[in-house]
Design a protein. Structure first.
Length: 117
């Protein structure tokens, strides 16, 4: 009979979270990302809350005594990093769209000038 190895300081809740933390982080990011896309949550608010949660994990919870708090804060911080990709992607896609429009406008202007000669 095999018994799982339990690290010192690990709790039942912490172990449960550790086994599922990446999956939880992705699902939280998906739900929050949809809320941002449909303007239920403003993107800047999500980024600000995400920054606070990541800072909490890095400066407080990562070295904390409670295994459950460490694991839960890891899930929260990771989900916020993942969801931060939504407004960043929207910004990048908007910037790319603007560049494409400028190139098209310059092309149209070049054709117009070529026709006048």
């Amino acid at each position: 009979m095999e018994y799982p190895v339990i690290e010192h300081g690990a709790t039942r809740g912490g172990l449960w979270l550790r086994e599922r933390r990446l999956r939880l982080a992705f699902w939280i990011a998906i739900v929050e990302g949809l809320l941002i896309v449909f303007d239920v949550i403003p993107g800047w608010t999500a980024l600000a809350v995400g920054a606070v949660l990541v800072a909490f994990y890095v400066f407080v919870a990562r070295e904390g005594r409670s295994d459950s708090v460490r694991q839960a804060s890891w899930v929260a911080a990771t989900s916020q990093v993942l969801v931060a990709l939504v407004p960043v992607a929207a910004f990048l896609l908007t910037a790319v769209a603007i560049v494409v429009l400028v190139v098209l406008a310059l092309g149209a202007l070049a054709l117009l000038l070529a026709e006048r000669r």
